[in-house]
Ligand binder design. Structure first.
Ligand code: C5P
Length: 213
């Protein structure tokens, strides 16, 4: 399970981050461990205790998260990507603190690797579950991401004023190739348990399908 934001450093004291608290991913890791899974939680910078029975790896940038995820993905059955990975990083991080010059400052940003896409390209890829936080047209964007990122499932949520980022509640719509299920709005820990149950069920269906082919 990946969780939390990534921080992309600009100089030794500044970074580009996002508002992910890590709570959804931590709740999913906890629910998966409680359901009997052996869980590695790869976390960006967050202020949360490690759930009981979970192995935790701390990272900072998207590239570090990508390396940490790839190091365990080859021997994992399921990868749940709940992290809010920074899409861009500063191309040339300054080794010293940037000073005011009185002129506009430009930062050249380059795209980070897409972690899910890298895992999807592995020869023995795990069952892939992504998240899609959207501010509008949730279902349409999420189904597009499911196809484009070649995911097995996607959990979509509308990011609003008191839902999603920085909140203890979320509302999730689960989508997969052949169907969908609205898990409704609830505390992230309650949603995480429902999500893990649905993932386990779809995961077993996919294994049975491969076994009979
Ligand atoms: O495209 P978007 O960032 O909305 O996609 C969301 C999903 O993709 C999440 O599951 C997120 O963890 C994953 N992601 C990723 N690598 C990125 C960006 C997003 O794995 N660079």
């Amino acid at each position: 399970v990946s969780a939390g934001p990534t921080y992309e450093d600009i100089d030794p004291v500044r970074f580009i981050g996002n508002r992910s608290s890590g709570r959804m991913g931590f709740a999913v890791a906890e629910a998966a461990a409680q359901a009997g899974a052996k869980v590695t939680l790869i976390s960006g910078p967050v202020n949360l205790p490690t759930p009981h029975g979970v192995d935790r790896v701390n990272v900072r940038s998207a590239r570090q998260m990508c390396d940490a995820v790839l190091a365990v993905s080859g021997r994992s059955d399921i990868f749940i990507s709940a992290a809010a990975v920074g899409d861009y990083r500063v191309e040339a991080r300054s080794p010293t603190k940037l000073k005011k010059t009185g002129k506009p400052l430009s930062l050249e940003l380059i795209q980070n690797p897409d972690i899910l896409a890298e895992v999807a390209a592995l020869p023995k890829r795990p069952f892939l579950v992504g998240f899609a936080a959207e501010t509008k047209d949730v279902e349409r964007y999420a189904r597009d991401k499911l196809e484009r990122k070649k995911l097995d499932m996607i959990a979509a949520n509308l990011v609003g004023t008191d839902l999603g980022f920085e909140s203890s509640e979320n509302a999730l719509l689960l989508l997969w190739q052949e169907g969908s299920e609205d898990l409704g709005q609830a505390d992230k820990k309650v949603l995480a348990r429902a999500l893990v149950e649905r993932i386990a069920s779809r995961f077993h269906t996919s294994i049975d399908k491969v076994a009979t082919e």
